[in-house]
Design a protein around this ligand. Structure first.
Ligand SMILES: Cc1cc2nc3c(=O)[nH]c(=O)nc-3n(C[C@H](O)[C@H](O)[C@H](O)COP(=O)(O)O)c2cc1C
Length: 405
């Protein structure tokens, strides 16, 4: 078998048949209404992705509680039974095109702003996130943690009722579950902090709750292989977390890395998209436009650029996890060519490759790979998409804002 044909085999995750080894990694679309229900534009996007040959689609993150809602507009929400019919329509439309649909469920914790949620931000420990806000989050009480566990379980029940093929717990990128797992953000000395077992407890209770409530409904998890934060995840912790997930009944684990506070380390790129930062980031958007040229020259001196390498930066962590577990492993991060994706699978780093930015510029890229029309994504990693979602729905900006902005 040639290296690239391996990508087009049918494989399974927790009983879900997946037509090939390419997965659309969760990508916030900003295409939900004020209640968090998916808009028509989201259905159109997913139908395009499904027709374009993707093996499975993971949705953008969906909030399990209003308190954990993103400050980016148009976030999906799954906190209320009343949302189920709208999601049922979305899932039916995607299934008609033959692609499985997985709902990513999340709580932002301290990575949001109280102006967006209308309530104070919460976290395992009262430590401010330097990117998201000036606010010091409220330390969660035992009761607050229980409420969040219950909200994740209820979210999985709603996802099943709406016809999703499974859910994915967002445990990466510095969101609430990652805040519990990382020693950098979790300084608790009770049973929710300290040892890795304690830091993982919130996840194990969510998993147990979901298993009790919806049986063997597929639950995937997206985790950080490393988080790059001082005092954060230690080498080997991702492997232990993946093992604990497997024991808890997780169906597959996706390996990513980084936190938003570190700059563009999750979705790396050759340079900071200063024009987009000054247009959309809440810290700069109110600064008069005349100061933008000078600010765009100065800011790169203070804001960290992407770490190197820009491609395949989670492969080593994925390989370490894959050697330790028997559930499928998905790897994401700068794997934008058919060759790189095939190598990741053939070399044994992962069973699946997921991509985010390539599907923004070309939703049909998997068919184009399969038909030999293209061997690499046209994405230049300009990261305007990443920054502009703070203001507008997802799209490819191709490295510049329209004139007149
Ligand atoms: C615009 C944008 C939105 C994203 N939203 C999410 C999200 O909702 N949940 C998530 O787990 N990752 C999110 N990510 C991260 C991607 O899933 C992926 O991990 C990262 O972009 C690296 O993969 P890539 O090089 O294929 O883009 C987002 C990335 C981008 C560019």
């Amino acid at each position: 078998m040639s290296e690239s044909t391996v990508m087009f085999e049918q494989v399974h995750i927790g009983g879900i048949a997946i037509h090939n080894r390419f997965i659309r990694s969760a990508t916030h679309e900003g295409m939900a209404d004020a209640n968090g229900a998916p808009l028509e534009s989201l259905e159109k996007l997913y139908v395009r992705l499904a027709r374009g040959g993707v093996g499975a689609i993971v949705t953008g993150y969906a909030g399990v509680l209003p308190q954990g809602r993103s400050n980016f507009p148009g976030m999906l929400m799954i906190h209320d039974d009343a949302l189920v019919p709208a999601y049922r329509k979305l899932a039916d439309a995607v299934h008609r095109e033959g692609a499985p649909l997985i709902l990513q469920i999340a709580h932002c914790g301290r990575q949001t702003r109280s102006v967006a949620t209308g309530m104070s931000t919460v976290a395992p420990s009262p430590i401010r996130d330097r990117f998201y806000s000036e606010e010091v989050p409220r330390e969660l009480t035992e009761e607050g943690i229980r409420e969040i566990i219950d909200a994740f379980v209820r979210a999985a029940e709603r996802a099943q009722a709406a016809g999703f093929d499974g859910v994915q717990l967002h445990m990466a990128h510095g969101y609430l579950l990652a805040q519990f797992l990382s020693g950098n953000s979790n300084r608790r000395s009770d049973r929710w902090g300290g040892t890795l077992e304690n830091r993982f407890r919130i996840v194990s209770e969510i998993m147990a709750g979901i298993r009790k409530s919806v049986g063997d409904y597929p639950v995937l998890a997206k985790i950080n292989g490393f988080d790059g934060m001082p005092g954060g995840m230690r080498p080997g912790e991702a492997v232990q977390i993946a093992r604990m997930l497997e024991t808890a009944g997780c169906s597959a684990v996706e390996i990513s890395s980084g936190t938003i506070g570190e700059g563009l380390s999750i979705m790396r790129g050759p340079k900071l998209p200063m024009e987009a930062v000054l247009e959309a980031n809440y810290k700069f958007a109110s600064i008069p436009k005349v100061f933008r040229p000078v600010m765009s020259r100065m800011l790169p001196m203070f804001v960290p650029a992407s770490p190197e390498p820009l491609c395949g930066y989670n492969l080593a962590a994925a390989m370490a996890v894959r050697q330790a577990v028997s559930i499928p492993v998905i790897v994401v991060g700068g794997l934008h060519t058919l060759d790189d994706a095939s190598k990741a699978v053939v070399d044994g780093s992962a069973d699946f490759v997921s991509m985010s930015r390539p599907f923004i510029i070309e939703p049909t890229i998997v068919n184009r790979f399969r038909e030999g029309k293209q061997a690499a994504s046209r994405c230049t990693m300009c990261n305007y998409c990443t920054i502009m979602i703070e203001k507008e729905p997802l799209r490819c900006w191709n490295g510049r804002l329209p004139q007149g902005r």
